[in-house]
Design a binder for this molecule. Structure first.
Ligand SMILES: [Zn+2]
Length: 266
């Protein structure tokens, strides 16, 4: 069932909802572009019809966009401004394999809804707006980059859906930043557990050595400045393992750009 179908059966009691549902069913066989013209998009979070970007103004206001001041390395927001270029304690104590990480928003309620809708509910209409916010957050990284590499669909076992949302986001960003997307550069080389529910240390162990650049694709990353693209950054273990694999394949540098990141501090 698609997100749009779910939305049309939302028990809001509005008269237009059953009508929308009927229209959607009737138009389901039409190409996506025609459907988008025919019907308003519903806000991914509150299901109200919206004119443009998939998130209504009220839900947009509930998103926490990440802006300076933040750690120059990890992109973690600071509660006060310690001055330009300063690093967080985490970046100093436990520096990642990647150079810099940036995220568009904090991984809170609305951001989580957007990520899940893109991932599970066919809301590919969200990819352009999510990609646009990411491109803005990662402007500095993208300006220095030669190519984008999406984190492959890998350890997310047991999911019937085999849709790579990172690839979709990378395609949007690549188009707007005029950068090539190297979709096959990273492969999962051994099975791993789902990261959800694992401790930070176990997450790192779980993905250690799990990714590889196949010999035939090494030339696509060698000597290039890469920006890794993913939807969510939690502990950073996955992107760190990916960065190590790209650096082993002699990428010149690896930065990380995600849609949302978990921020522990308030
Ligand atoms: Zn809304």
């Amino acid at each position: 069932m698609s997100g749009r179908d779910q939305a049309s059966s939302h028990p809001s009691g509005r008269l237009r909802q059953p009508l929308l549902g009927m229209l959607r069913t009737a138009l389901a066989s039409l190409p996506r572009a025609a459907l988008d013209i025919a019907l308003p998009t519903l806000c991914v979070s509150c299901r109200e019809p919206v004119a443009g970007d998939g998130v209504c103004a009220a839900c947009w206001a509930r998103l926490s966009f990440i802006a300076p001041p933040f750690c120059a390395r990890l992109g973690i927001p600071f509660v006060y401004d310690p001055g330009p270029g300063l690093l967080s304690m985490q970046a100093i104590a436990n520096p990642p394999a990647y150079q810099r990480a940036r995220a568009a928003v904090r991984y809170d309620e609305v951001a989580r809804t957007m990520v899940h809708a893109l991932k599970y509910q066919d809301r590919t209409d969200l990819a352009p707006v999510m990609g646009r916010w990411m491109a803005r957050a990662g402007q500095e990284l993208l300006g220095d980059a030669d190519a984008l590499v999406p984190v492959p669909l890998h350890w997310r076992r047991g999911w019937s859906r085999r849709y790579n949302q990172s690839g979709t986001l990378a395609a949007v960003i690549g188009k707007s930043a005029h950068l090539p997307v190297v979709g096959n550069a990273l492969r999962r080389v051994r099975p791993t557990l789902q990261q959800v529910g694992l401790s930070k240390a176990d997450r790192a162990l779980n993905v250690q050595g799990a990714f590889k650049v196949p010999p035939e694709d090494k030339s696509s990353v060698q000597g290039r400045r890469i920006v890794l693209i993913d939807d969510v950054l939690t502990s950073g273990a996955t992107v760190d393992a990916c960065a190590r694999a790209l650096l082993r394949a002699r990428a010149a540098s690896v930065d990380v750009l995600v849609f949302a990141r978990v921020v522990d501090t308030v």
